[in-house]
Design a protein around this ligand. Structure first.
Ligand SMILES: Nc1ncnc2c1ncn2[C@@H]1O[C@H](COP(=O)(O)OP(=O)(O)O)[C@@H](O)[C@H]1O
Ligand SMILES: [Mg+2]
Length: 320
C-alpha cells in the first residue's frame, strides 16, 4: 500500500456499498487508483465488477460511500468529476454502415469543445488511422474495442473505465489492447479495467485489486502482491524419500509432497525461499543425495488469487 501513497490518486473509492434486493454486491469497497497506471479490478463473474463501474459513473445509485475523481466528489460534483472520465461499460456501439471516422465525427459534434480536433490523434493512438475510412461493420471485435477507446479519448480523459475489455478478443486483439493500455498510461492516463482473466490482468496491469464476495481482499502493486504470496519449490533428486526425511524439521516448509522425481513444497515468502533452497541444497548434497535441479516459482497472480480467496480457478474463472 505504501506505493499507492507516493503518487497522486486519480480515483478514490471509499466505503462503497451497493445491494440488489438485500444482497450486497459491492461490499465496503475501497480503491485507490494512482495517476498514470493500469489497474485491474479482478474477480469472477457476478463479483460486482460492472456494478462498481456503473455506480462510479452514477448509472446505478449507491447505497453508501464516496467516490472522488481527481479529488472531485463524483456524486456531489458529478458533471465536473465525470468530465475527466471515459468509459466503456458494455460493448461499444457504433453505426455499422458508416466509417469509423464518420462515427467519431458524429460523436465529436455531440460532445463539442475540442473533441473534433482530437479525432485523428485518437485514431492514431488506437492504431486505426489506416482504417478510419472503412465501415465499422467490417471491423473485428478487437478493432471495435479500440475504436471505443478512441471515442473515449475524444474527451481527453484522465481516467478510463473499461469493463471486461479483453472479453471476446483473440490473442492478437489482446496484444494490441495491452500495448494500447500501456501507451495510454505513458501519456499519463489511468486505466481501471475489470476482468475475470487472471493471466491477462497479470500481463496488463501494474496494480490490482482482488475481489471475493464483493469485497476487496487485497490491492496494491502487482509485484508486491505476487511477492507476498507463497513460493513453490520443486527439488528433483535421486532419493526423494531421504530428502524428505532430511528436510522434515525445516519449519519454513509448508505442504511438502513427495513423488518419484523429487519433493515439492511451499515457502511463505520469496526472500525466505531463496535462502531456504540454498540451505536445503547444501544439506542434501552433504548427505550424498544427488540434486538434479531446484525450481522456485512465485510469479503467478493466479496462485496468489487462490491463496487469498480459496476459490478454485476452473470453477470461478471459466469463460464468461
Ligand atoms: N440491476 C440489477 N438488479 C438486480 N441484480 C443485479 C443488477 N445488476 C447486477 N445484479 C446482480 O449483481 C451481481 C453482480 O453483478 P455484476 O456487477 O454484473 O457482476 P460482474 O460484472 O462482476 O460479473 C450479480 O449477481 C447480478 O445478477
Ligand atoms: Mg460484468
Amino acid at each position: 500500500m505504501h506505493n499507492l501513497l507516493k503518487s497522486e490518486t486519480i480515483l478514490n473509492v471509499d466505503g462503497l456499498v451497493k445491494s440488489f434486493a438485500g444482497r450486497v454486491v459491492v461490499n465496503e469497497v475501497n480503491l485507490e487508483v494512482p495517476e498514470a497506471c493500469s489497474f485491474g479490478y479482478l474477480g469472477p463473474n457476478g463479483a460486482g465488477k460492472t456494478t462498481l463501474m456503473r455506480v462510479i459513473l452514477g448509472l446505478t445509485p449507491k447505497d453508501k460511500g464516496t467516490v472522488r475523481i481527481g479529488g472531485l466528489d463524483a456524486f456531489g460534483n458529478r458533471r465536473e468529476a465525470l468530465s475527466q472520465v471515459g468509459a466503456i461499460i458494455e460493448e461499444p456501439r457504433f453505426h455499422k454502415n458508416i466509417t469509423a471516422l464518420a462515427n467519431l465525427e458524429i460523436m465529436a459534434a455531440a460532445r463539442g469543445g475540442d473533441a473534433y480536433k482530437r479525432i485523428s490523434e485518437s485514431l492514431d493512438m488506437v492504431e486505426l488511422l489506416n482504417y478510419a475510412k472503412v465501415k465499422v461493420g467490417t471491423y473485428s471485435m478487437g478493432m471495435r474495442q479500440r475504436l471505443g477507446i478512441a471515442a473515449c479519448l475524444l474527451g481527453d480523459p484522465k481516467l478510463l473505465l473499461l469493463d471486461e475489455p479483453m472479453n471476446g478478443l483473440d490473442p492478437a486483439g489482446m496484444n494490441a489492447l495491452r500495448d494500447l493500455i500501456q501507451r495510454l498510461v505513458e501519456e499519463g492516463r489511468s486505466v481501471l479495467l475489470s476482468s475475470h482473466l487472471l493471466d491477462e490482468v497479470q500481463k496488463t496491469c501494474q496494480y490490482v485489486a482482488i475481489l471475493d464476495d464483493g469485497k476487496v481482499v487485497i490491492q496494491g502493486a502487482l509485484n508486491d502482491i505476487i511477492a507476498g504470496g507463497n513460493t513453490d519449490v520443486l527439488i528433483e533428486c535421486n532419493d526423494p524419500q531421504a530428502a524428505f526425511s532430511l528436510l522434515a524439521n525445516d519449519k519454513r516448509i509448508l505442504n511438502c509432497h513427495i513423488d518419484d522425481a523429487g519433493i515439492s513444497y511451499s515457502v511463505a515468502t520469496d526472500t525466505d525461499a531463496r535462502q531456504q533452497t540454498g540451505e536445503a541444497n547444501r544439506l542434501l548434497v552433504e548427505n550424498q543425495i544427488t540434486v538434479y535441479g531446484i525450481i522456485r516459482s512465485s510469479e503467478s497472480l493466479e496462485k496468489r488469487f487462490l491463496e487469498l480467496t480459496k476459490k478454485l480457478g476452473e470453477q470461478t474463472f471459466g469463460n464468461a
